[in-house]
Each structure stands twice: as C-alpha cells, then as structure tokens.
Design a protein around this ligand. Structure first.
Ligand SMILES: C[S@@+](CC[C@H](N)C(=O)[O-])C[C@H]1O[C@@H](n2cnc3c(N)ncnc32)[C@H](O)[C@@H]1O
Length: 418
C-alpha cells in the first residue's frame, strides 16, 4: 500500500502531465511568472481545470505534510511588504520593459533604499511580485505587472493590506473587549477608531475607501474562479424570465448587473446601493436603457415595488443575523406574489475537511474576514434556512443550487405572500 505522500505525488504527476498535453495541444503558454507570462491560470476545459485543482490541492497538502505539524503552526504571513508596495505605489514606478536599480527606485519612491530592497525581496519570494533579474535591479513579474496595470487589482490589494490586515490584528482585542455580535464591535472598528459605527457606515464617511471596496469586490470576483459572477448566470434560468425586472440590492457599481444585462437582453435591471456608490458613470452606452442606478439603503423599505427578482449577491454575508433579517424584511412591502428573492452567497460546509482543500480555504478565509470586519459569518445551509424563516414565514422554502466549481451558491426563494 502506498503512503499519503506518495499518493499525492502521483496525483500531481498525473494531473500535470494532463495539463501539459492539453496546453501543448491548444498551443497555450505554460504557467510562468515572467512579465509576459499568462495572467489567467484557469483552464477552459472542465476536466483539465479539475486536474489543475487536483494538482494544487495535492501540492498544498504535500507541502504541509513535508513541513510537518510544528512548522504548519507558524506560516509567515507578513502584511507590511504588500502594504508598502501599495501605499508607496512601487509597482507603478518600475518600468514595464527592462529594469531599475534599487537605488533609483528608492529615490523615485522617496524610501530608504535598504528598506525598499527587503520589501521587494520579500514580495518576490512570498508573492511572486517583481523579479530581481540581476543583483540590485528590479523588474516586473506577471503579478507586479497586474498591480501596475489594473486598478481593480490595486483596490483588492489596498483593501486587503491597508484595511483588513489591521482589522485582523485587532480581532482578538475586539472579541475580548466587546464579547458582542454587533457590526461595530469588530477588529475593523478598533483598527479604524470607529467603534461608534459599522464598517459600511465608516466607508460611507470615507468615499475613496468605499470606491476601493467596490473595486476590490471585482478583483476578488475575477481572481478566484469560484467567485465569478458567470456561475450566477448559469445557475438560474434568467432567459426564461423574458422581459423581467430585476433589482440588484447592494449591487455596488453594477458589474454583476451589467454582465446579466449583456447576457439576457430582455432584462431591465435596477442597481441599488448607498448614494456614494450607486452612480451610473460606468454603464456602457448600449446598456443604459436597461441598467439604471438608484440610491437605496437596504435597511429601509424597498422602493422598487413589484419586481420579478430581487438579487442579493454577497450582501447578507456581511451582516450578523439581526441585521440580515432586517434587510430581508425591508423587501417584503415590495414583493408581489411569486416574486423571487435570489441570494447569491457562500454556503459554508457544516464540517471542516469534507470539501476539497482549496475551495474550503477560500470560504474559511472569507469567514475570518467577515468576523474581523463585520461580526458576520459565512452561513451553512441550515443557517440560511433559519434566517429566511425568521425574516418572514411567507418566504417559501429555499431552492439551493451550487454550480460545479462555484464558491457562491444560489438560494432561490419564492414569495408566497399576497
Ligand atoms: C460585499 S459588497 C457586494 C457587492 C456586489 N453585490 C458584489 O456581488 O460584488 C456589499 C455591498 O453592500 C453595499 N451596502 C452596504 N450597506 C448598505 C446599505 N445599508 N444599503 C445599501 N447597500 C449597502 C456596499 O456598499 C457594497 O457595495
């Protein structure tokens, strides 16, 4: 009988050989961190993508087993280097072609050269951001190039290292200090000196951080394949709705709605969010007739009455049960009989270690962000069922769909009231 590490190594070897054959047959580039290397690692063929997932999960488990239990207790996650790269806009100051010396880059960034050097070297080794092609010189890698070229990537990194990491550092303080479940009793509130308000109230007072939060949602959606809104398009029969009206509650800058509108040309969509977020600016001209924006506080009575679908994507997981129930109740006066409430959100497994390792890591990571920033949590199916029932008994039973490869489930609920 083979051992676990031998089984894992075999899975890696078999999967990588499948991936190699596939890439060669399709004339696709092999993964690399070179500045011109492919940015997107996801593979279109479902079977080969599964092989990629299997190889990654096996590599991770193999790595942990080879490290041993004691080393697993001390992974080095240090936020300072990426925080500095974001804050001092270091990626934007490295040329896309060729390289730059640490000395010149330090001058451009206004930083002490030895600090800049160690920040970059950490980022090269831990994040694969930048390369040191010759001693003392910095060049872009595929990852740092993304930081330079894509504002959503910068927003995601900014939110993570500027806002969330300080919140993680105060989460234990928050648990100890408040012993409460209110949205203002969080690591975020302590880290941002804002214990009088929830994180979203704080963001409303800091519009540039709120805009960054919206950009970051797009980054997280596009970077983790399981978070892609494309799963939502496939998991619900949008096409059968015909000329239906949809309200995207808490829809941020409307990136999900725009995708929906592009794919289903008969839908009329209202994107709702807080006033500083719900702005029409970015809707492409051909969609302007069908995608409109409206400021709506989702704790207040829903303004758009009688729509066919009310979509809540990644909204309720940001709130503890008490507030999530209020959001659902605020919809009730607007609901016509047969209307659908569509919750597109994470559904956490009810036991650790049953799901494949990588998707479960994403869900557990998000769950910890929910704790640190919102005092909220990733709900299991039973939690969702309890929540919806508590909001109003006239909500019908949850019809739950989870697309293969999706991290977010679709929870379809029919309004059975009048
Ligand atoms: C995690 S984001 C999800 C955004 C988007 N639905 C998506 O799928 O990426 C939560 C959204 O809820 C919005 N939000 C927070 N509090 C709100 C409130 N009281 N009323 C309306 N929107 C709110 C935020 O501005 C943010 O855009």
């Amino acid at each position: 009988m083979t051992s676990r590490i031998e089984d894992l190594a075999l899975t890696v070897a078999t999967s990588i050989s499948q991936i190699g054959d596939y890439l060669r047959s399709q004339s696709l580039p092999f993964p690399s961190f070179d500045v011109d290397g492919p940015v997107e690692a996801t593979l279109k063929d479902v079977q080969i993508e599964q092989a990629r997932q299997d190889a990654m999960a096996s590599c991770l488990e193999l790595f942990s087993l080879l490290q041993g239990p004691r080393m697993c207790l001390r992974p080095c996650y240090n936020a300072a280097p990426m925080h500095a790269i974001y804050k001092f806009e270091i990626a934007q100051k490295v040329p896309l072609v060729g390289d730059i010396s640490f000395t010149d880059l330090a001058v451009k960034c206004g930083l002490y050269e030895p600090d800049l050097r160690r920040i970059i070297r950490f980022a090269i080794i831990y994040h694969r951001a930048f390369l040191e092609p010759r001693k003392g010189y910095v060049a872009h890698s595929a990852a740092s190039r993304q930081l330079m070229e894509d504002a959503d990537v910068r927003d995601g990194i900014g939110l993570m290292f500027d806002d969330f990491y300080p919140s993680f550092a105060r989460t234990v303080d928050a648990i100890e200090t408040f012993q409460g479940q209110e949205p203002n009793q969080t690591g975020w509130a302590l880290a941002h000196n804002s214990t009088h308000q929830s994180t979203f109230e704080y963001l409303a007072e800091h519009p540039s951080r709120a805009a960054r939060f919206s950009g970051a949602m797009k980054f997280f959606s596009s970077t983790v394949p399981g978070n892609s809104p494309s799963h939502l398009l496939q998991a619900f029969p949008w096409g059968e709705l015909g000329a239906a009206t949809v309200v995207d509650v808490g829809g941020a800058d409307g990136y999900v709605s725009m995708l929906l509108a592009q794919s289903f040309p008969k839908l009329q969509i209202t994107v709702e969010d807080l006033p500083h977020i719900a702005q029409e600016g970015k809707v492409p001209l051909p969609l302007r007739e069908r995608v409109r924006f409206e400021a709506q506080d989702f704790f207040q009575e829903q303004n758009v009455k009688g729509a066919d679908v009310y979509l809540l994507r990644w909204v309720l997981h940001d709130w503890p049960d008490k507030q999530a129930i209020q959001v659902l109740r605020a919809l009730v006066p607007a609901l016509k009989s047969g209307a659908r409430v569509l919750i597109n959100d994470n559904v956490a497994p009810g036991q650790a270690g049953l799901m494949p390792l990588i998707p479960e890591q994403f869900i557990r990571e998000l769950d910890m962000i929910m704790l640190a920033a919102f005092n909220a949590y990733e709900r299991e199916l039973e939690d969702w069922e309890r929540l919806v029932k508590a909001a109003d008994p006239r909500f019908g039973p949850i019809k739950y769909t989870q697309q293969s490869g999706a991290l977010l489930g679709v929870l379809e609920i029919e309004w059975l009231g009048e």
